[in-house]
Design a protein. Structure first.
Lengths: 491, 421
């Protein structure tokens, strides 16, 4: 109970921060826009990328340890403490740990292996970190609103080529890891670097293909266009576009409710493909063979101090960026699932655009945090793939499914441009997936008692065992043929 | 094939001219890419080598072309050390053989010495040995399964396993006074009886341990990634396993039904009702399943033994074998003399030799002992189950992927202490 309350309290703290930061971002954007037209992009760069993404990424180092400790019946980090009188020497749920870690990494010796290629060795961490960080530039984190009479939008850059920028920059990250593996002149690191390169390059294909269906459905590659805007947003009289559009809608009073055209509903297959492929790009478990700490220790084995820290933090930045992309592409971006039209047409919102922006921006970060959590949960649940199993998953499973998805989506979009047919198809896929998952879970429960290793069958005294010696002899005759499972117990 | 980097000189006039003939170098185009083998040292300090073993691996890409297991980094001279101390003083050394299941080594050693002397220990002591052995069998298997989970990237099963181990260690500490190096039992019986209320505590701990085992089972056994990693990797055929001298769960995973507890029951195992799981394929997955199932069987044995255990003495009442009770030592001259002679000269084991084996967690733990009739061993040889198993690793893994080495090395559960002695 105390643990739950503590968690709720820190959730509150987190959301308060998001609200504050988004309000600050809009206010600052409005002020700067008055002085320097277009300057709000610079404040977005500072606030969204440097403060929020980096902040979340560095706090994730603690969050990951805390969350994994919750999953594993442990207490988790609580040793780093700041002894201020008001805090009563409390552990602050481990948050000071990321400061301690940062200090540790900065003060460690910057070790350079004698036989390493110095230039490339130093370039490796930069090339690994910079691209993932730059990816966030195109992710819109809040609506475009009027603040102090100036238009402020909550995105750093809106290039025409949107998603293509994402693909291009994401594929740059492979240079950092493979250079790090090669230049440190260590065999384990080389193996890791080669694994990383082959894995990241092969998943580029599935990554690109998984989003083609989505591009066709919304006929755009620009991320703000994927998010779209609700009908008559802030009284501007626009028609609804992108994912803010309803496929089927109804009204209860002035409150609009319906099934939004979220990418997840239109493209569930695309979502799972994108999620899997992007997860493989982050090189975290279960796709962490380049690191594989129990086999080859990893491509960054020779790095120390903040250079290693850059590799580590780039993984966490990737988590945040990937969550942001998923939210923007598949889960309606900063929009609410319903009631968005009602909210945007409140007199208060029309009058104070920054308030509308702050609310939706917080919605966006809430969604992002959910996917961050999901990635942490996955990372701590699954064992690691084998190197060749990752390749066959990418080429033999994800790629054909991706191709099928492209053709199916294309046909359905041509047949019904209102996307309703596509949504029905998507809902069918989701239903099928749920049915398959639950049925296999049921089957495994039955199978557990039936064969497998059959421990349920003889765990009780009531079962009537023969004499041990006799039962044992009888077993010797039967064990070769009688047991269908991989292993069976004798009687 | 000749070195492709070296130009053929002088060019013979019959050779096709690459300037005019586009197919001149066709043979070179079809030839395999020349790759160099890479030599990698895994260990002696490597996350996947339990204890300190060095694996000299020759890699061709990611495939293992050659592998050589080098042991001896943990060699402490167990056999020689035993020759310099009394039989009783050997006991602490046996703790350090398989340090994950120390009690099994203790009892195996004592059983062999007792066989050499020709002793029948009291029934209660036999029950205590069964209980202790099975507790440590669970402990050993937990370590194996947990480490397998961790090294395949699943950290949660590892911590569940460690939590369960912790419970067992608490009970073992109450029983023996030590968490790891138990040094439990003496020639002729036990040195301590079960503590007051210990049985109930064990039952309670076992309930918790088995629920944790179920949790690990649930996390791993049907996990697609785990199954992919372990199934059909590290396969050894039953014939090869026998040739290499495999025993224990690893042999049984190949489908050979051999368990010393059933084949040649010792102590009170013949009164226990338990099953011996048998695998089919001899791959990593089967070896893992053997461990999970054996833990459940050990749980059954302990519960039965705690129910059946009779009252009575825990050690022989023979002052030539067992220390006299303290009031006798302090109160009678016979007591003092027996105590002095036992401590200074040791148990007088009659001259002769013996081989005796018990079923330890990883297989048949055999002892070959020679006594020259003095109080000290003339020779103590231990047949550690891990040694033949480790020796088969190159046979299993040659030509396979480097990543397969990890689960294979985990599921054979090589323990540095007993292999390197």
């Amino acid at each position: 109970m105390k643990r739950t309350l503590t968690m709720l309290f820190w959730f509150g703290v987190m959301f308060a921060h998001f609200v504050g930061i988004m309000a600050l971002a809009y206010a600052l954007g409005g002020l700067v826009e008055g002085v320097l037209p277009g300057g709000s992009r610079l404040t977005n760069l500072a606030i969204l990328m440097v403060a929020v993404v980096m902040g979340i990424a560095s706090l994730l180092t603690v969050a990951e340890r805390k969350w994994s400790s919750l999953m594993q019946n442990r207490i988790g980090p609580n040793r780093a403490r700041i002894n201020l009188p008001i805090l009563k020497d409390s552990a602050l749920v481990g948050i000071p740990h990321f400061l301690a870690d940062g200090m540790k990494m900065l003060f460690k010796e910057d070790f350079l292996p004698a036989t390493a290629n110095k230039l490339l060795y130093n370039l490796g961490p930069m090339l690994a970190f910079a691209p993932v960080f730059a990816l966030y530039a195109v992710v819109p984190s809040g609506p475009t609103v009027q603040v102090f009479g100036h238009t402020v939008d909550m995105v750093v850059a809106t290039p025409d080529f949107g998603l293509l920028y994402v693909f291009a920059i994401a594929s740059l990250a492979v240079y950092g890891t493979s250079l790090a593996g090669w230049s440190s002149n260590n065999k384990f690191a080389l193996l890791g670097g080669v694994r990383a390169a082959s894995q990241m390059i092969s998943y580029e294909v599935a990554l690109g293909l998984s989003l083609v269906g989505l591009m066709m459905a919304f006929s755009t590659v620009q991320l703000p266009a994927f998010v779209g805007n609700v009908t008559n947003e802030l009284g501007l009289g626009n028609a609804a576009t992108g994912q803010a559009r309803y496929l089927w809608e109804g009204k209860i009073g002035g409150f609009d409710i319906g099934l939004p055209a979220w990418g997840f509903l239109l493209q569930p297959l695309g979502f799972f493909l994108f999620f899997a492929a992007a997860f493989a790009e982050t090189k975290r478990a279960p796709f962490d063979t380049p690191e594989g700490e129990s086999e080859i220790i990893g491509y960054f084995v020779e790095y120390s101090g903040m250079k290693f820290g850059l590799f580590m933090i780039s993984e966490f930045v990737e988590i945040v960026v990937l969550s942001g992309l998923i939210v923007v592409l598949f889960f309606g971006g900063y929009h609410l699932p319903f009631g968005g039209e009602w909210l945007s047409n409140l007199a208060l919102m029309r009058e104070h655009g920054w308030l509308y922006g702050t609310i939706l921006g917080t919605v966006f970060w809430a969604k992002v945090m959910f996917f961050v959590w999901l990635q942490l949960a996955i990372r701590w649940t699954f064992p690691r793939f084998r190197y060749d199993q990752i390749q066959s998953l990418g080429w033999k499973i994800l790629l054909p499914i991706g191709l099928f998805n492209v053709f199916a989506t294309g046909a359905l979009v041509l047949w019904d441009p209102s996307l309703r047919a596509l949504a029905v198809f998507g809902l069918l896929q989701i239903g099928l997936l749920i049915a398959l998952t639950t049925s296999s879970a049921l089957k495994s429960e039955e199978g557990h008692g039936g064969h497998g290793h059959g421990h349920d069958a003889h765990g009780h005294d009531a079962h009537g065992h023969g004499l041990p010696a006799h039962g044992h002899a009888a077993h010797a005759d039967t064990h070769s043929g009688a047991h269908s499972g991989a292993a069976a117990a004798s009687h | 094939m000749a070195d492709p980097h070296k130009p053929v000189s002088p060019p013979s006039p019959e050779a096709p001219n690459p300037d005019t003939d586009a197919y001149a170098h066709e043979a070179e185009l079809e030839a395999h890419l020349q790759t160099k083998r890479m030599y990698v040292n895994m260990g002696p300090s490597h996350p996947a080598t339990h204890g300190t073993v060095r694996l000299k691996v020759e890699l061709e890409g990611e495939n293992i072309a050659e592998i050589d297991c080098e042991i001896g980094f943990l060699h402490r001279g167990f056999q020689k050390s035993c020759e310099n101390v009394t039989w009783t003083q050997c006991l602490p050394y046996t703790d350090r053989l398989n340090y994950v299941s120390a009690m099994m080594n203790n009892f195996g050693f004592l059983n062999a010495v007792e066989k050499l002397i020709g002793l029948e220990i009291p029934e209660r002591a036999q029950y205590i040995r069964v209980i202790g052995s099975e507790l440590h069998r669970i402990h050993d298997h937990l370590t194996c399964v947990a480490a397998t989970g961790m090294e395949l990237g699943g950290f949660a099963p590892f911590l569940f396993g460690v939590e369960a181990r912790e419970l067992i260690m608490d009970r073992v500490a109450e029983l023996t006074g030590a968490r790891l190096t138990t040094n439990f039992g003496r020639i002729g019986g036990m040195n301590r009886d079960l503590p007051e209320g210990w049985s109930e505590k064990v039952i309670k701990s076992l309930d918790k341990v088995m629920s944790l085992v179920d949790e690990m089972d649930g996390l791993l056994t049907r996990n697609r990634i785990f199954v992919d990693r372990t199934k059909d990797t590290g396969i050894i055929s039953a014939e090869d396993a026998i040739d290499y001298g495999w025993t224990g769960p690893c042999l049984r995973a190949c489908g050979i039904d051999y368990d010393v507890r059933k084949a040649k029951p010792y102590w009170v195992y013949d009164r226990m009702d338990f099953d011996v799981p048998i695998g089919e394929k001899g791959d990593n997955y089967d070896r893992y399943l053997m461990r999970i199932e054996e833990m459940k069987q050990s749980d059954r044995i302990i519960r039965q033994a705690l129910k059946q255990i009779p009252a009575g003495p825990i050690i022989l009442d023979d002052w030539r074998i067992a220390l006299p009770p303290k009031p006798e030592v302090y109160g009678t001259i016979e007591g003092v003399i027996s105590h002095f002679k036992l401590v200074m000269e040791g148990v007088q084991v009659p001259a002769g030799e013996v081989y005796d084996a018990t079923e330890a967690a990883n297989g048949e733990l055999g002892w070959y002992m020679v006594s020259d009739g003095s109080g000290r061993p003339y020779k103590v040889h231990v047949r550690a189950p891990g040694y033949p198993i480790l020796s088969a690793v190159p046979h299993i893994i040659k030509g396979k992927l480097l990543a397969d080495l990890i689960p294979t090395f985990d599921t054979i559960n090589m323990i540095g202490g007993e292999v390197e002695q």
